[in-house]
Ligand binder design. Structure first.
Ligand code: ATP
Ligand code: MG
Length: 418
């Protein structure tokens, strides 16, 4: 038997319906804030991620699905969406001197150790705003995400953690300070952190190793290295969030796993998913457009993980199909007439009608009608066919059955479902 690739999950209808629900809510809410949906390729050239995500990040170091195509070009299945979006705005001249608000939804690929809430193919919704520098737009992306949690009924299960990374210089100064502090403890750090001491020191703050965390307790904090403008930006953001009533916790440990962030960074976290608790993360990436050859352009965005979010309401029934009417028939002529009537009802009333196909005695067809969840069954047997009528059977509540002339069935059902 051939099985799915490790870490790539099949989405059964009920699971897919939960993903769909998140996407539908997001589409509605993003529209309310003036964001436009874009569709971007799943494959990009490998260099794009090496350059924008950063060579010393986990993603580029060990998580990318990279291969040579038939033309010997190195391509990578996108591990995240921001790099592709920045490529997109640069390529189409959409970044310079203008504001764009975009979002996208689709699969990302990372070669990680699969576990609950962590897969090798997973879906993200990404939201990116190009061309605005102020804290007001940072606040907006947080507001709209808060509205999304509200609409999904999980607002009380997620909390916002916020930090500022300052500008490039303050990050650099902090990074040196961190290395200086940690170097004497190098031998006691976990293996990943030892390596990061030379490649990507700020990521050490992310380490989950208890000993490393213990050492970090007295490490310098980024706040001490912050430039004035970044400090003002952060204060401005906090003031807006306070004014609109978005609760947050300032967490100086949040650095995010990608190289491109500056100033505002944030995560929406939940305690309901174990160690895969980050459902959404983002921040500013003011240097990225320029890094790809464009003009300096301030940007802010975030990505949320559908797989993790969907786990948060796993116990809730999210129907994968809703059938109003189930049609059963006896004999081929009746079947054909039923198919025609069902078409008319779909057109005229917009009802969801499942016609019984394949073999089956009337009794077993009626069992199917019942388990389909339909409100009523339409029966078309020999008698009904001869007198141009239909039997309408109520499947729920009191039950009951009536004969309705075929010519009146649209009006009958219009009244029934109004
Ligand atoms: P983590 O710290 O959990 O590895 P991350 O910082 O790598 O997350 P981002 O790159 O910021 O995650 O991606 C944004 C969101 O995408 C995450 O908050 C998470 O919900 C989701 N996500 C990231 N990686 C995976 C994965 N392997 N499987 C499922 N969802 C994921
Ligand atoms: Mg990760």
């Amino acid at each position: 038997m051939i099985k799915a690739v490790r870490g790539m999950q099949d989405l059964q209808p009920n699971k897919k319906a939960r993903f769909r629900r998140i996407e539908d809510q997001a589409r509605k809410i993003l529209g309310q804030y003036g964001y436009e949906e874009v569709g971007l390729p799943i494959l990009e050239t490998t260099g794009l991620f090496q350059r924008l995500v950063g060579g010393a990040t986990d993603i580029v170091e060990k998580e990318m699905y990279t291969f040579l195509d038939r033309n010997e070009e190195s391509l990578t299945l996108r591990p995240e969406g921001t790099a592709g979006l920045v490529r997109f705005v640069n390529e189409h001249g959409l970044a310079f001197n203008q504001t764009q608000k975009y979002w996208y939804c689709g699969p990302m690929f990372r070669y990680e150790r699969p576990q609950k809430g962590r897969y090798r193919q997973f879906d993200q919704i990404g939201v990116e705003c190009i061309g605005l520098a102020g804290p007001d737009i940072d606040a907006e992306v947080l507001l709209l995400s808060a509205r999304l949690w509200e609409s999904l009924g999980i607002a009380d299960k997620v909390a916002l953690e916020l930090n500022t990374l300052g500008n490039v210089e303050s990050r650099r100064a902090f990074s040196s300070g961190l290395v200086e502090y940690l170097t004497p403890f190098a031998a006691e750090l976990d293996a990943d952190s030892q390596r990061r001491l030379t490649t990507n020191p700020m990521r050490i703050l992310d380490s989950k190793a208890p000993k490393t965390q213990e050492i970090l307790a007295n490490a310098p904090v980024l706040a001490d290295y912050l430039d004035d403008e970044s400090r003002q930006h952060f204060d401005g953001l906090c003031a807006i969030l306070d004014a609109v009533g978005i609760a947050y916790q300032v967490n100086p440990r949040i650095v995010r796993g990608l190289d491109y962030y500056n100033r505002t960074v944030f995560e929406w976290v939940t305690t309901t998913l174990g160690s895969q608790g980050t459902v959404c993360g983002g921040g500013r990436y003011d240097g990225l457009v320029e890094q790809l050859g464009g003009k300096p352009t301030p940007c802010v965005g975030f990505a949320l993980g559908l797989d993790r979010l969907a786990l948060m309401f796993e116990d809730e029934a999210t129907p994968s199909k809703v059938i109003d009417v189930y049609g059963v028939s006896v004999g081929e002529p009746a079947k054909i007439q039923l198919i025609r009537l069902a078409e008319t009802l779909r057109s005229e009333l917009g009802l969801a009608i499942e016609v019984h196909h394949g073999a089956g005695k009337l009794k077993s067809q009626m069992k199917r009608a019942d388990s389909s969840g339909a409100q009523i069954a339409l029966l078309l047997g020999e008698d009904e066919l001869n007198e141009h009528s239909l039997s309408v059977r109520e499947l729920r509540g009191e039950g009951g059955q009536v004969r309705v002339p075929q010519a009146e069935i649209v009006e009958y059902l219009r009244a029934r479902f109004s």
